[in-house]
Design a protein around this ligand. Structure first.
Ligand code: SAM
Length: 288
C-alpha cells in the first residue's frame, strides 16, 4: 500500500469504501505529506516507543507512525473506518486499532497492556470538537506520558501557550504550563485537509514534565482555584474565590494570603502567573 498522504490516494480510498465524512466526529483528514513528516519528526519517535494515536481516520498518519515506532495503538470511534484501516495498515504488524471513544478508554491500562506501563507518546490530528477534554484528560489522569504532539485549531494552540495579560489566558494555558514544556511546531493551512476546515491549525508539541516546575501541596486544589478564578474572570480574586463554595475559603483568608504575596485586595486572578497560583495554593490549602 502506497502512502496516503496526498489527495489522489486519499480520494481512491474514500471512493473504494464509499466513505461519507461525519462532521460530528470532527473528520478532516490530512493530505499533505510534508506536514505529516513534520508532525512525526516533532514527536521524536524511535523504534523503542509505543505511540497512542487518537483518531487515525483512514490511517494516513498511522502509516508514518508505524514506520517510526516500535508499536502503535490507534483509537478510532467511527466503526465505518475500521475496515478501511484494516486495509490501509495491512502491511504493518506493529499496529493495533481499537474501535473506541478515546474519552472512555482507560489509558493507564492501555499503557500497561501495550507498553509494560512505560510512558506513551501521544500523536494525533485531534478531532477539534473535543480537543480540550482530550488534552486535559491526558494530563489530569496522570497516565504515564512522555509527550503529546497534536494538531489543534490555531486559536487553541495560542490559548495553550499564552500568559497573563492575554484574553486567551485561562485554565487550559495554566494546565499546559503546569504539566509540560510546550512549543508550536508549525501552522497548517486548511488546504492540507480534506474536507477543508474553516480555520487554520497548528501542531503543538508538549514534552510532559516528570516534575512540574511549580510545587503545590495539592494539585486538585490548585486547579480548583484556577477554575474558580476564570469562571468569574472579571471579578476580583477575593470575590471570585469566596463565591466558589467548593473551595471553602473565606474573604479574610484570601485577603491575608494576598497581603503575604504583596498583592492588592482588588487584584484580578487573571493577572496571576502559574507560580503565583501555586503560591496562593500553598497559602490557602487546608489539609483536613
Ligand atoms: N488522523 C487522521 C488524519 O490526520 O487524516 C484523521 C484526523 S480527524 C481530524 C479526527 C479523527 O478522530 C477522525 O477519524 C474521527 O473519526 C476520530 N474521532 C472523533 N472523535 C473521536 C473519539 N471520541 N475517540 C476516538 N476517535 C475520535
Amino acid at each position: 500500500m502506497a502512502y496516503l498522504g496526498n489527495i489522489g490516494r486519499t480520494l481512491q480510498v474514500l471512493d473504494k469504501y464509499n466513505f461519507n465524512f461525519r462532521k460530528s466526529y470532527g473528520q478532516n483528514f490530512l493530505i499533505d505529506d510534508h506536514i505529516l513528516t513534520k508532525i512525526v519528526d516533532a514527536a521524536e519517535i524511535t523504534n523503542d516507543d509505543c505511540v497512542l494515536e487518537i483518531g487515525p481516520g483512514i490511517g494516513t498518519m498511522t502509516q508514518y507512525l508505524c514506520e517510526a515506532a516500535g508499536r502503535v495503538v490507534a483509537v478510532e470511534i467511527d466503526e465505518n473506518l475500521i475496515p478501511v484501516l484494516k486495509d490501509t495498515l495491512s502491511e504493518y504488524d506493529n499496529v493495533t486499532v481499537l474501535n473506541q471513544d478515546i474519552l472512555k478508554v482507560d489509558i493507564r491500562k492501555l499503557a500497561d497492556d501495550y507498553n509494560g506501563g512505560r510512558p506513551l507518546k501521544v500523536v494525533a490530528n485531534l478531532p477539534y470538537y473535543i480537543t480540550t477534554p482530550i488534552v486535559m484528560g491526558l494530563f489530569e489522569s496522570h497516565v504515564p506520558l512522555d509527550s503529546i504532539t497534536v494538531m489543534v485549531q490555531k486559536e487553541v494552540a495560542e490559548r495553550m501557550q499564552t500568559g497573563p495579560g492575554s484574553k486567551d489566558y485561562g485554565a487550559l494555558s495554566l494546565a499546559v504550563a503546569f504539566y509540560s514544556d510546550a512549543k508550536v511546531v508549525t501552522v497548517v493551512s486548511p488546504n492540507c485537509f480534506i474536507p477543508k476546515p474553516n480555520v487554520e491549525s497548528s501542531v503543538i508539541h508538549m514534552k510532559v514534565y516528570e516534575n512540574s516546575p511549580v510545587d503545590v501541596p495539592d494539585e486538585a486544589f490548585l486547579f480548583a482555584l484556577i477554575r474558580a478564578t476564570f469562571n468569574q474572570r472579571r471579578k476580583t480574586l477575593v470575590n471570585a474565590l469566596s463565591n466558589a463554595a467548593f473551595l471553602n475559603v473565606s474573604k479574610d483568608e484570601i485577603k491575608t494570603a494576598l497581603t503575604t504575596m504583596n498583592k492588592s485586595e482588588t487584584v484580578r486572578g487573571e493577572t496571576f502567573t502559574l507560580e503565583e497560583f501555586a503560591e496562593l495554593t500553598r497559602l490557602l490549602y487546608k489539609k483536613d
